[in-house]
Design a protein around this ligand. Structure first.
Ligand code: NA7
Length: 535
């Protein structure tokens, strides 16, 4: 396409992950012309990029699926209660094929700039390959955790072995069986990765800065005999997910931890520890997330559990978290993580005692020690929620840049629009329930809201929707007020933007839970999109 005559669409979507695919499907239904731009060579988003060994759901597979198509629900058999990445990627590829979505997707196309042109009331985008296109509506479907973060360690370019971030795991098979491997980081990604790598590696060294509270996933296969019963419960499970705080099948117990005597609560913790998924976190007494004393009781239980599984008391000490409340950072679910440290070829380095000084040609130097490696893997997380948006040069009205507007933390209305950026919808954007959620459930809610909004505009012959500064400010204040009643702000987590040096410390999700968020979104729509100016 000649860059002077950009192709024009009704809507452009950035990203062909779970939200981009569904948004395309819904807008096509409305009769819009749509083009999706996707940086990868295939669909799948998170599940396309994060192909490291051990990558899998922490959500029950059947609650993670799209709910919009009954035939799809009937056709697809999940093989495990918590499916692994290759299966999820296959699922999303199947969805793309079944609904013939690929014909509207440009792959290998990373959008580097998006500019709003007020006179034409349209968005113009440019990709890194020089492609240019424009559309009335621009919808970002870039995901929560899609801007990988690699720390700026001195000498990082000097290392002569192989090295990559977990989100850039090579597509070709990787054999680590005779390699000396380093993994930096012990977040949810590393916990899955370390468990798998430890099983078949020459030697593994884990560099840990902060230990996490990890809880058993308790995964198991779904037998053929179980499939029909599970499928018969889809509607009931989706209804349940609509009603819970995080859109999981687990929900907080309305009782206070202090209303139950010690023996009974220990028994409840034990049952939740043995059960699959996030029950110990999201199905526990409600005050574990609001009251430090309540949280400390649970944290003590988890610490005891961790220690029991590690042979060397010094290693157990290092793996025992003490600097944050349970559940204030994303709880990694594990399948033999702690036992990995009982293997003779796995060692743990405590970066609090001896920080990484630099990378060298041969490996990693901490203090006086230089460790030699063939492979260094960065499991160092993501510039979460905002990173994937601010890495695009998004310019709104009067040339204002999104990156500049968000320098002191993101500001949005409902996590779905930004004042000064008309006709831009940020699916799973900052201060949206989707950032603390069984994410496809929230994605469906976001996408359906955006679709209904665009339908409304078309039905009323309107062409422009823009959030007001006042509505945006009220939403920001509401988000802060809601989270202030929880323990989340006490931890240095990616939820708080605290994992990225220099990033404004602020809770990046909506802390009131999906039902409250949904009700607010529905109320705004029912009032003819209150808080927006429609023209
Ligand atoms: P996380 O949870 O942000 O974990 C990143 C890890 O990397 C964590 O252990 C960090 O230690 C560590 N890290 C980050 N920077 C450094 C430096 N400079 N030196 C040493 N260690 C470092 O990312 P994940 O990918 O594991 O998980 C992200 C989400 O993906 C997860 O929540 C799930 O929702 C899926 P720290 O804790 O900051 O001391």
């Amino acid at each position: 396409m000649d860059s002077t005559t950009p192709e024009t669409f009704d809507a452009i979507i950035i990203g062909a992950g779970i939200s981009g695919l569904y948004q395309l499907y819904r807008l096509r239904e409305l009769g819009l012309t749509v083009r999706v731009f996707e940086a990868g060579s295939g669909v799948g988003g998170t599940w396309y990029w994060n192909r490291y060994p051990g990558a899998r759901f922490d959500s029950e597979s059947y609650t993670y699926a799209y709910s919009f198509s009954k035939p799809l629900l009937e056709e697809w058999d999940w093989s495990e209660h918590f499916a692994a990445q290759p299966e999820t990627l296959r699922y999303l590829e199947t969805v793309a094929d079944k609904f013939d979505l690929r014909r509207d997707i440009s792959f290998h196309s990373r959008i580097k700039r998006a500019t709003y042109h007020a006179l034409q009331n349209c968005w113009k985008i440019e990709t890194d390959t020089g492609e240019v296109a424009r559309a009335r509506f621009l919808i970002t479907a870039v995901g929560v955790l899609s801007a990988p973060y690699t720390p700026e360690i001195p000498g990082i370019e000097d290392f002569k072995g192989s090295s990559w971030h977990t989100a850039h795991w090579p597509h070709a098979p990787v054999d680590l069986s005779d390699q000396r491997v380093a993994i930096i980081g012990t977040g949810a990604t590393a916990v899955q990765l370390i468990t798998e790598v430890a099983k078949n590696v020459g030697h593994l060294t884990v560099f840990q800065r902060t230990p996490n509270f990890c809880v058993p996933l308790n995964n198991r296969p779904i037998t053929a005999a179980e499939q029909p019963a599970l499928k018969a419960r889809y509607l009931e499970m989706f209804k349940r997910c609509r009603e819970t705080y995080g859109a999981f099948i687990h929900d907080f117990d309305p009782r206070s931890i202090f209303s139950v005597e010690a023996g009974a609560r220990e028994a409840m913790f034990e049952a939740l520890w043995q059960a699959p998924g996030f029950g110990l976190w999201l199905g526990n007494f409600h005050d574990i997330m609001t009251d430090e004393k309540a949280n400390a009781i649970l944290a003590d239980f988890v610490r005891r559990k961790i220690r029991q599984r590690i042979n060397d008391p010094k290693v157990a000490d290092l793996l025992t978290p003490r600097d944050h409340c349970f559940g204030t950072k994303r709880v990694p679910l594990e399948s033999g993580y702690y036992e990995a440290y009982n293997r003779p070829n796995v060692r743990l380095i405590d970066l609090r005692a001896t920080p990484i000084e630099c990378l060298t040609a041969r490996g990693i130097k901490t203090g006086y020690t230089e460790f030699e490696f063939d492979v260094i893997i960065f499991a160092t997380g993501f510039d979460a929620v905002t990173g994937a948006l601010t890495r695009i040069d998004v310019q709104g009205e009067s040339g204002q840049r999104l990156k500049d507007k968000w320098r002191d933390g993101p500001r949005t209305y409902l996590g779905l629009q930004v004042a000064g950026f008309p006709n831009l919808f940020t699916v799973v954007g900052p201060h949206n329930a989707a950032n603390f959620c069984n994410v496809p459930r929230c994605i469906e809610q976001n996408v359906e809201w955006v679709t209904a909004c665009i339908r409304y505009l078309r039905e009323h012959r309107l062409e422009r929707i823009a959030a007001t500064e006042e509505a945006e400010e009220l939403w920001r204040a509401h988000c802060e007020e809601v989270v202030a009643g929880t323990l989340f702000p006490t931890a240095n987590s990616w939820f708080m933007g605290a994992n990225i040096p220099g990033k404004k410390r602020m809770f990046l999700a909506y802390g009131g839970g999906l039902p409250r968020y949904r009700a607010k979104c529905e109320e705004v729509a029912a009032q003819g999109y209150a808080g927006f100016v429609l023209e």
